[in-house]
Design a protein around this ligand. Structure first.
Ligand SMILES: O=C(O)CCC(=O)C(=O)O
Length: 255
């Protein structure tokens, strides 16, 4: 994407916020946010290319909810550099071919986030794209805590198109009860970047609620697939700290 400048230094700063602190006061669930990560021109061009081009095949995943067959209320497309498929909400999303525009955006985002974290080695090999065509398209509270994203994943989320609310709240009780008073709300606009890290996926849930009116929006969530031996080993032992029991026994349903 020649139009996107790789100049990380010229971009506004990524501002970090603690969602949850440990007993010693250190941040264990952290969110970073940059409202104007891409310039207006960069964001316009990226939106056009991802929305109108032929590189992405959008699909609506069929789901069964309360015994009824329906489709997820948004389009998705998944990309993994090694062609791995994503076992997703009781379905499987096949990886599509990684393409140059996606690669340019990934390099830009990983370079920027890596430099903020002092991690020059940060790269994302997987990108889940969501397209919300209208205000009724949404994603319900969930965590990106699949074992193959690792224990404390860095997940970077680039937004293009219509502004949507993005909420994140701590899970404070059984059945996934959320801390409504401590909920954080971000208005994710065209060209904004949000990053979740630390134990955010283990201790919190995030969602994009329905809204009355909204322009079409595309979101790219960039993640890193950890080595299989790591997550297979973790999968066997992992206990859900909040909800109790094994997390892998109950597949988290993303609607
Ligand atoms: O669209 C967004 O901002 C969030 C997407 C998301 O939560 C996900 O893909 O897991």
């Amino acid at each position: 994407m020649a139009e996107i400048s790789s100049g990380i230094g010229s971009r506004p700063e990524l501002v970090w916020e603690t969602l949850k602190s440990g007993a010693d006061g250190t941040s264990i669930a952290t969110v970073g946010y940059c409202e104007k990560f891409l310039t207006r021109e960069e964001a316009d061009r990226a939106f056009e290319e991802l929305d109108g081009g032929t590189s992405i095949r959008w699909e609506r995943i069929p789901i069964k909810l309360w015994g009824k067959q329906m489709v997820q209320p948004r389009d998705v497309a998944f990309f993994n550099k090694d062609g791995k498929s994503y076992p997703y909400s009781a379905s499987v999303v096949l990886s599509q071919n990684w393409f140059p525009k996606l690669d340019a955006l990934e390099k830009l985002v990983s370079g920027y986030v890596g430099s903020s974290l002092g991690r020059d080695d940060l790269t994302f090999d997987s990108i889940l794209c969501n397209r919300y065509n209208s205000g009724s398209d949404h994603i319900s509270p969930h965590a990106d805590d699949d074992p193959f994203w690792g224990k404390e994943p860095v997940i970077a989320s680039l937004s293009l198109g219509g502004t949507r609310k993005f909420n994140v709240a701590e899970v404070v009780g059984p059945g996934g009860k959320l801390d409504a008073r401590g909920k954080r709300e971000y208005a994710l606009g065209h060209g904004s970047l949000l990053v979740m890290m630390g134990l955010t996926q283990e201790t919190c849930k995030h969602w994009v609620p329905k809204t009355k009116d909204a322009d079409p929006r595309i979101n790219l969530t960039m993640r890193t697939w950890v080595a299989e031996e790591d997550y297979v080993r973790k999968k066997k032992k992992k206990k859900d700290p909040v909800r109790g029991g094994s997390r892998d026994a109950k597949r988290i349903k993303r609607v």
